[in-house]
Structures are given as structure tokens and as C-alpha cells.
Design a protein around this ligand. Structure first.
Ligand code: COA
Length: 331
């Protein structure tokens, strides 16, 4: 019998520091009103070196919370996959750093880089490993510390992006349900719409080059906005058709939280009422790979995920990448 992948624990961890729209008014030429009206964001969390809120530490806290809920010991894990574009180091992977922190000695650990779709790509890798029988218990994490690559002079991005981590524990079980499907897509033609110029390995030739802060994230928001709506709507429909489900069968959509207007347009396109769409962008902004696992954890802890309910996860991000997963909740 082919094993199904079931989510048996969820967790998240947010930095302590809340940065409000009002405070951003003192940093760039913007207003609370503009940010909320154009994005749905009221505040976000920004990590601190002093409080030990590194990418690894946030990922570790979220993982421990998910493992606690799953009531399993880290040494039962045989795979750790982390979606992130803001690791603490170029290498080793964040997954290996988390492995050390939680003592998951038996796990194979590695990262995936798929922009804001990192968590759903990682979930897909784990689901496939479980289906093949090469893995029985896995940890999947989405974590970002976008504040480390934000250009705090660019009002088009610094008001949107933030930090946080979410994690799930996935276990092979013979019973039906769990992860029903993963759909993944990419289009490298448009990588320039959202990128960090030279990455963490950039070695500046002169001090003048350093002043340009070449690692800063750059984004063309408007073309991304339109593509995000189209790609997320299309892949959500593909996922529904693949599972022979209609939007009436979906109890909750947990979308990537990039912009409230994108989420509302997605809901309208796939004809699902906003009451069935989970959003927390108002308090966390866009935490890239972390938005979906954080939202899933909050929805789970708030009792929004009923046993056997169908849940649609859908993302879009740098790459470009986009993805959708349908779950039948069994936790
Ligand atoms: N405060 C005030 N004004 C701002 C601003 C800010 N923080 N940021 C941009 N503006 C201005 C622009 O300069 C522009 O001014 P102009 O008309 O004088 O040139 C105006 O607001 C409109 O800018 P525009 O970029 O067209 O706005 P928008 O409606 O597209 O909203 C985003 C901007 C970034 C919120 C939106 O495009 C978006 O969310 N894009 C997608 C993000 C995304 O999905 N990223 C990838 C996945 S993670």
C-alpha cells in the first residue's frame, strides 16, 4: 500500500519586535493609510540580532512547536526540508543548522530556494519521499528574515516584507487523506521581477561597491501583482480539477500573504467567499516562504481546520514560482 503524508503537528515563531505602519512613516515617504489600502498590512515583525532571532533560531522555535504538537521526538525525523531565501549562511543549509539545534540525528537535511513558494515546494519534496517509501517522518519549514536584505530606503518593498517562521511535521500513514496533491510551476523568464542582486557571496571590489548595497532585494511590484493573481488562480483551479473537487468542497484556503488585494482577487476568480480564506497579512506582512506555514499553524490553533476538511494552499513568488497543494485535514 502507498503511504499517505499526514500533517501531524504545526508550529510557528515570530520575532518580538512589532513595526507599525505609523513607525514606517518616519523611515520612508509613506503613510499608514497608503500601506493599509494598497496591501492590507497594518504591522509586521522584524527580527533582532540581540534577541537571537536568526533564521536558524526562528526556524528552530517553529519546529519545536510543531514537534511538541505532533508529540514526536526529533530523533524520529528522517528528513528536514527548509524553504528559505534568507539563510544565515550561504552554507551549510538552514535545515542542517536546525538539525543540530533540535538533535535530529537521523534526518537528511537540506534547503529549497523557491521564493515565496519555498514551503509548498518543500512540502512536495517530502510528500514524494513519503510516497516512495524513502521517508517516514519529516519536518517541513518555511522561514525568512527578509529584513536582512530589505532596502530600507525603498518604500515600494520595505513596507511589505518581514520576518517569521512556520513548520509542520509530516508522517507516513496508510490511511486516506493528508496531502492529496502538489502542483508546482516556475517561469525563469521573469526572474528579474523579484531578486537579490548578487546574493550573499558577493565580494565587493571596492568600498564604493559596498555602498550600493548589492544584496538588497529588488522588486517590480506592478507586473508581479498581475501575474500573482493569474498564476495563483490557474494553479488553484488545476489542483481542484486534479482532485475532482469544486470550491464548495474546500473548507479553507490558506494563500500566500503578499497583498490583501491579490488574495481578494484570487478568491473572486476561483469563486470562494472571503470567509473561507485565512488571512493574517494585517499583522505579519509578507514573510515569503513562511506565510503559509504560519497561517496554517494559526488556523489550526484557532480551530479553523476541521477533521476531514479539504484545505487549499496556494503560493506565488520569486523565480517566478507558484504552487498549490490540497490537503484533507486529519490532525
Ligand atoms: N507609500 C506611498 N506611496 C507608494 C509606496 C508607499 N510605500 N510604494 C509605492 N508608492 C507609490 C509609487 O511610487 C507610485 O507612485 P506614482 O504613481 O507617483 O509613480 C504609486 O504609489 C503606485 O505604485 P504602484 O507600484 O503602481 O502601486 P500598486 O498598486 O501596484 O501597489 C504593491 C504596489 C507593491 C503593493 C503591489 O504592486 C504589490 O503588492 N505587488 C505584488 C507583490 C508581490 O506579489 N510580490 C511577489 C510575491 S511575494
Amino acid at each position: 500500500m502507498i503511504n499517505q503524508s499526514h500533517i501531524i503537528g504545526t508550529g510557528s515563531a515570530m520575532p518580538e519586535r512589532i513595526l507599525s505602519n505609523k513607525e514606517l512613516e518616519g523611515i520612508v515617504d509613506t503613510t499608514n493609510e497608503w500601506i493599509f489600502r494598497r496591501s492590507g498590512i497594518r504591522e509586521r515583525r522584524i527580527s533582532s540580532n540581540a534577541k537571537e532571532e536568526s533564521t536558524t533560531n526562528l526556524a528552530t522555535k517553529a519546529s519545536v512547536n510543531a514537534l511538541d504538537m505532533a508529540a514526536i521526538s526529533p530523533d524520529e525525523l528522517d528528513m528536514i526540508v527548509v524553504g528559505t531565501v534568507t539563510p544565515d549562511r550561504q552554507f551549510p543549509s538552514t535545515a542542517c543548522m536546525v538539525q543540530e539545534a533540535i538533535n535530529a540525528d537521523k534526518a537528511a537535511a537540506f534547503d529549497v530556494s523557491a521564493g515565496c513558494s519555498g514551503f509548498l515546494y518543500a512540502l512536495s519534496v517530502v510528500n514524494n519521499a513519503i510516497s516512495c517509501g524513502t521517508c517516514k517522518t519529516a519536518l517541513v519549514v518555511g522561514v525568512e528574515r527578509l529584513s536582512s536584505i530589505i532596502n530600507w530606503r525603498d518604500r515600494g518593498t520595505c513596507v511589505l516584507l518581514a520576518d517569521g517562521a512556520g513548520a509542520v511535521v509530516v508522517k507516513a500513514r496508510p490511511n486516506r487523506g493528508g496531502i492529496l496533491s502538489n502542483h508546482l510551476k516556475s517561469d525563469g523568464k521573469f526572474w528579474e521581477f523579484l531578486h537579490a542582486s548578487d546574493g550573499n557571496t558577493y565580494l565587493p571590489a571596492t568600498l564604493k561597491d559596498v555602498a550600493k548595497r548589492p544584496f538588497h532585494l529588488k522588486m517590480q511590484g506592478n507586473p508581479l501583482f498581475k501575474r500573482a493573481i493569474n498564476c495563483m488562480s490557474e494553479i488553484a483551479r488545476d489542483a481542484l480539477v486534479h482532485n475532482n473537487l469544486s470550491t464548495n468542497d474546500i473548507s479553507l484556503v490558506v494563500p500566500h500573504q503578499a497583498n490583501m488585494r491579490i488574495i481578494e482577487a484570487l478568491a473572486k476568480n476561483i469563486k470562494i467567499p472571503m470567509e473561507k480564506v485565512y488571512t493574517n497579512i494585517h499583522k505579519y506582512g509578507n514573510t515569503s516562504s513562511a506565510t503559509i506555514p504560519i497561517a496554517l499553524d494559526e488556523a489550526n490553533r484557532e480551530g479553523r481546520l476541521m477533521k476531514d476538511a479539504h484545505v487549499l494552499l496556494v503560493s506565488f513568488g520569486a523565480g517566478l514560482t507558484w504552487a498549490a497543494s490540497i490537503l484533507q485535514w486529519t490532525l
